[in-house]
Design a protein around this ligand. Structure first.
Ligand code: G3H
Ligand code: 13P
Ligand code: ZN
Length: 309
């Protein structure tokens, strides 16, 4: 089974009112934990690689590990570049076998973002690769989510329509209240569901994407800290709200931070309880299981994509 694009996954997710999980990968144990969970749940799956992950593990290692995961599991997997910041990295991933790339022009002006996204789409589509873009700015950690902040940074529904029409992009990441990382907002995090509904109505059938969708589950922050960690985690958007977004045109939900916390909590606990141990397999095995359990949890509590292969 070769790598697949997200095209069919998204059309099924849209029609079935669920979302596909896009999980960030950096090494073998993370890939194995995620893929094992998707296999047990018979869930569609996107594995995504950031520029940092590509630098850490090298493109070729990640590519071969994902190919091995496909051969071993028999699952159709989409391999996606997360937050590509320029045309060059998108081109390198397209030429290097990825089936999906994100060009993140959200920091540029509307017109510059369109031009950059269009350039990537024109390179990707003839090569059978799909493209995700981003419009709007995810709130920064210190942002108070007030009405005027929302208008300045959240995705404007009319601009979203124009953006999709003019770029020919396959999916669009929107800003409606999520935020990257473990330290999210000062206030109560929530999603602007009204804005989401408006965008979905204006772009019927078009797949939307949510970044920064880890909830920063307190149990895992507490466990890290119980065993010597000093993680200043804060609440992310509640899982029920993300679940609801999957019924409103959100077809891809990105999760990285909750995996990192689960893995780190497991390793901290193991080493604190087994101080004489220094065989990496002894602490990476439970860490891989922690990743698997977190992905299974997300498949059921957030994505609603169990059995949707
Ligand atoms: O949104 C970014 C992802 O969590 C990847 O993070 O750039 O540290 O690999 P990274
Ligand atoms: P989290 O940091 O909330 O896990 O978001 C991950 C993400 O959006 C990757 O692109
Ligand atoms: Zn992201």
């Amino acid at each position: 089974m070769p790598l697949v694009t997200s095209k069919e996954m998204f059309s099924k997710a849209y029609a079935g009112n669920y979302a596909v999980g896009a999980f960030n990968v950096n090494n073998m144990e993370i890939i194995q934990g995620i893929v094992d969970a998707a296999k047990e749940e018979q869930a569609p799956l996107i594995l995504q690689v950031s520029a940092g992950a590509r630098k850490y593990a090298k493109h070729v290692y990640l590519m071969k590990l994902v190919e091995a995961a496909i051969e071993d599991s028999g699952l159709p997997i989409c391999l996606h570049l997360d937050h590509g910041e320029d045309f060059e990295i998108c081109k390198a991933c397209i030429d290097g076998g990825f089936t999906s790339v994100m060009i993140d022009g959200s920091k540029y002006s509307f017109e510059e973002n369109i031009a950059l996204t269009r350039q990537v789409v024109e390179y990707a589509h003839p090569r059978g690769v799909v493209v995700e873009a981003e419009l709007g700015r995810l709130a920064g950690v210190e942002d108070a989510v007030k009405v005027n902040t929302k208008e300045a940074t959240y995705t404007d529904p009319k601009e979203a329509v124009e953006f999709v029409e003019r770029t020919g992009v396959d999916s669009l990441a929107i800003a409606i209240g999520t935020s990257h990382g473990a330290y999210k907002f000062k206030g109560e995090p929530s999603l602007d569901m009204e804005r989401l509904e408006t965008i979905t109505k204006l772009l019927p059938g078009f797949p939307l994407v949510l970044h920064g969708a880890s909830t920063v589950l307190p149990e895992f922050v507490d466990k890290c800290n119980q065993y010597g960690g000093q993680i200043a985690g804060a609440k992310g958007v509640p899982e029920e709200m993300l679940f609801a977004a999957g019924k409103l045109g959100v077809c891809k939900i990105n999760i990285d931070t909750d995996l990192r916390l689960a893995m780190t909590a497991s390793i901290r606990e193991y080493l604190a309880s087994n101080p004489a141990d220094f065989d990496p397999r002894q602490y990476l095995r439970p860490a891989r299981d922690a990743i698997k359990n977190m992905v299974k949890h997300k498949i059921n509590a957030v994505l609603n994509c169990s059995g949707k292969l």
